[in-house]
Write a protein that binds this ligand. Structure first.
Ligand code: ATP
Ligand code: MG
Length: 553
């Protein structure tokens, strides 16, 4: 039996609504604005919206909130669809707020006809001043007294393109004294002579977010419209429009947006990183974008697990990026194929190994019974990691040192017999002997050693470039750190191992597969890798300081 998880506050609301017969099934939506790539914060919203619909047998729409013609682009639409699918979710309908432009226009006209909306010719500065302050009521200007007929004609003329940008807006008449500033006759339509990525030049009036969003929810009969906390003050306007228009009673619920340490997560900032070439693109493996994380090798399952573990909060908080990395390691430990790769080689000559080559067998994944095995060539000349050898070793040094024995993983126990140096005293080669009876899996030598090293056969090794990524920012709370966020970029977030030596099995492995390079970390083939030049990204290191923290608790 899996343990019962307690319900989050949105699940409680849904269960109460279903129990009360308020709805017979639920409909949610994920409403990205196509003005950038999705990031891990959006993943939280996706997992929540799709997850709830799945749990309660409902459905989720993917709705592009494309009411701002200036910043939106079809490139973003495609990337968003890719990312949602990759995360493992399928939407019921693919919809665009821009498809509702006619309906939204007619709904606005209905508000005019009810005497609840008016065309205002004031400048934006005048509107701002007349609005008052949170402690002082605003004043309504003379335009609010326009007749319904005049407002209708003006709104038609606005749509017909008779006025320049910014010369008129449509406002709803609510309450200029409301303590909620957003209810002081908010603007619901503005004039913008701009080309829209879907509707072209058909429109020159565009609905404002609050009006478009709520009414789009109603049009789609969204039962639970889930958004982040900054929309709490907008809820009153959301409800007011639905009530006045008598449209489907969608309800808005707010949760805390995901913030994560060492990360920025606003599309505006991510766009700056891209435009100012601080990263290689939206899918740079250091980015907090879903495409960046995918390229870096984060499994979709680990992102879903992370979103599940952080839960749904009602108050803003800062989540440790270590928790995400912990989820990535947990998943990769189960799935990653083990391989050996030497980053900084030191040559070993096994002086008593006489065969040209011996094919050894090694498990692909000791955590997976069905993981299978692979062959690894072993020969006289081997590379090990330079820092796995010390000429003068301290006590309790269990790696290779003169006179000491270690096991070569999946191969033999070797003993260091002689150190060869160049004229400057640098170690160039280490000569060893091997114990023929000590082969892994059939060891009859009776010898116990403490150290096990990864290695590759020099003649059989293939070359690879390995990109080692670190956090993109040096400070924990980037959004609240002093100065510009770009001042906190970690200058060492990418280190390139230009010429690593990899075991030959890696040449034939399918791309997209996750690997654990023994003792090094988890890696994945980069999209720029070619058969003649292999390129790997480090997904995450093996060290799991976070996991120890979790176990302690
Ligand atoms: P950003 O501020 O990063 O540009 P946004 O909120 O403007 O993001 P939208 O495309 O408008 O991005 O968001 C789509 C959905 O994703 C919205 O419902 C929004 O509330 C949600 N969302 C955005 N960022 C986060 C986050 N950090 N955590 C949780 N949900 C988020
Ligand atoms: Mg937005």
């Amino acid at each position: 039996m899996s343990e019962e998880k307690s319900l989050n506050f949105i699940e409680e609301i849904i269960e109460a609504d279903l129990a009360a017969g308020k709805h017979t099934s639920i409909t949610t939506r994920f409403p990205p604005e196509p003005n950038g790539y999705l990031h891990i914060g959006h993943a939280k919203s996706i997992c929540l919206n799709f997850g709830l619909a799945k749990k309660y047998g409902g459905s989720t729409n993917l709705r592009f909130d494309d009411t701002n013609p200036v910043t939106e682009d079809t490139e973003y639409v495609e990337s968003i669809k890719d990312d949602v699918r990759w995360l493992g979710f399928e939407w019921a309908k693919e919809l665009y707020a821009s498809d509702y432009f006619d309906q939204l226009y007619n709904l606005a006209m209905q508000l005019i006809e009810k005497g609840l909306a008016y065309v205002d010719d004031s400048t934006s500065e005048e509107i701002a001043t007349q609005k008052g302050t949170p402690t002082q009521a605003g004043v309504r200007n003379e335009y609010a007294n326009r007749s319904i007929e005049e407002n209708k004609q003006l709104f038609v003329a606005m749509k017909a393109g008779e006025f320049p940008d910014g010369s008129k807006v449509l406002r709803v008449k609510i309450d200029m004294a409301s303590p909620n500033m957003l209810l002081r006759d908010p603007i619901i339509y503005r004039i913008k002579h701009a080309h829209h990525h879907r509707t072209g030049d058909q429109w020159c009036v565009y609905p404002m977010y609050d009006f478009a969003h709520g009414q789009s929810d109603s049009i789609e009969k969204i039962t639970h419209s889930i958004c982040t906390l900054e929309f709490v003050p907008h809820r009153a306007l959301y409800d007011w429009c639905i009530e006045q228009l008598g449209t489907f009673p969608s309800k808005q619920y707010e949760f805390a947006r995901l913030n994560m340490t060492y990360t920025v997560m606003s599309k505006r900032k991510l766009l700056q990183l891209v435009n100012e070439n601080m990263v290689t693109g939206w899918d740079d493996p250091r980015m907090s974008t879903i495409s960046g994380m995918r390229r870096r090798g984060y499994p979709a399952a680990s992102i879903r697990e992370f979103c599940d573990r952080i839960g749904v909060a009602k108050r803003e908080n800062l989540i440790d990026v270590g928790l995400l990395e912990f989820c990535v390691r947990e998943e990769l430990n189960k799935t990653a194929q083990r391989r050996m790769v030497v980053f900084d080689p030191l040559k070993l000559v096994i002086t008593n190994f006489e065969k040209e080559v011996e094919l050894l067998t090694s498990e692909n994944n000791p955590e997976d019974e069905n993981g299978g095995t692979r062959e690894m060539p072993f020969s006289k000349n081997i590379y090990i990691e330079r820092d796995d050898f010390m000429e003068v070793a301290p006590k309790k040094y269990f790696r290779l040192a003169p006179g000491q024995m270690v096991r070569l993983k999946s191969a033999y126990i070797i003993k260091c017999e002689e150190v060869i140096k160049d004229a400057e005293g640098n170690v160039t080669e280490v000569h060893c002997t091997y114990i023929p009876e000590s082969r892994s899996g059939s060891d009859t030598s009776g010898i116990q050693v403490k150290g096990t090293l990864h290695w590759v056969s020099a003649a059989h090794a293939i070359h690879a470039e390995v990109k080692l990524y670190d956090r993109l920012f040096k400070v924990e709370d980037v959004a609240n750190a002093e100065g510009d966020f770009k001042d906190h970029i970690n200058p060492n977030s990418l280190q390139i191992v230009a010429n690593a030596f990899a075991e030959p099995a890696l040449a034939n492995d399918a791309s997209n597969q996750a690997f654990q390079f023994l003792r090094k970390g988890y890696f994945v083939i980069d999209k720029e890798s070619t058969p003649t030049k292999l390129v790997f990204n480090r997904t995450v290191t093996l060290k799991d300081a976070w996991a120890k923290e979790v176990k302690k608790n």
